[in-house]
Design a protein around this ligand. Structure first.
Ligand SMILES: Cc1cc2nc3c(=O)[nH]c(=O)nc-3n(C[C@H](O)[C@H](O)[C@H](O)COP(=O)(O)O)c2cc1C
Length: 213
């Protein structure tokens, strides 16, 4: 039990600490197996994993991500812009492997048990697979960094997704020099973690004082 909570607490989003060393094949199999063991609405298992090693594909994705970084930066005021400019938001080239995790809403349809009223339940399932992979990778001594600075059509075309299949994440995965104890965004003054007590409501949701960054 302790080992499990230790992994949960040690998991970090990694951007700058990838070594680029290869991932042993048995380790890759285990973390993908963990992802594939996730719960899913109606047992739809709507995920797939596109493993991207090719340098050209990764460079093209990184260029796109850096352009999207600029799009976001332009929405920020002076002080936030200054803080953001110091943040690294991806480790696409430094990581050993890119894993594009996709969502196929048609899998198991038309009658996906449990999704008739909440279409997003399919996406929730994919996120659970990602979290399983993230925790398994942490327990294996690997780092994972989730990159979401992209437009879906760009990434879908880059890795050849058929119509209707959505990319949910580009994960940078690989051995790391270390896992930081504090999230990068907190370390660089972008945002702090909330105390657990603030997130717990009893019986009814109580609106709490507006958050500051
Ligand atoms: C859906 C999702 C998208 C994210 N996208 C990015 C991203 O594009 N770039 C990045 O640097 N981190 C990204 N992150 C990582 C978060 O910034 C990180 O999880 C958060 O700051 C908490 O840090 P921790 O994961 O180390 O605890 C993403 C995380 C999630 C769950």
């Amino acid at each position: 039990m302790e080992a499990f909570y230790d992994v949960v607490q040690r998991r970090r989003d990694v951007r700058g600490e990838f070594t680029g060393e290869p991932i042993p094949p048995d380790v890759l199999d285990r973390i993908l197996g963990a992802a594939h063991a996730a719960p899913s609405v109606g047992l739809s298992q709507p995920w797939d994993f596109v493993l991207v090693e090719d340098g050209g594909t990764r460079a093209a994705f990184r260029d796109h991500v850096l352009a999207e970084r600029e799009v976001f930066a332009e929405t920020l005021n002076g002080e936030r812009g200054g803080t953001f400019s110091k943040l690294k938001i991806e480790g696409i080239l430094e990581a050993s492997l890119g894993i594009v995790v996709t969502y196929d809403p048609s899998r198991g349809s038309p009658a996906v048990l449990g999704r008739h009223a909440i279409a997003d339940a399919g996406l929730y399932s994919v996120c659970l697979a990602i979290q399983n992979l993230w925790l398994a990778a942490t327990s294996e001594g690997l780092g994972v960094g989730w990159v979401s600075f992209y437009r879906e059509p760009f990434l879908a075309e880059l890795v050849g997704l058929p119509d209707g299949i959505r990319p949910v994440a580009w994960l940078c995965v690989g051995p790391v020099t270390q896992l930081a104890t504090v999230p990068d965004l907190e370390r660089h003054g972008w945002r702090r973690r909330r105390p657990l007590a603030e997130a717990i409501h009893r019986e009814k949701y109580v609106v709490k004082p507006a958050e500051t960054n």
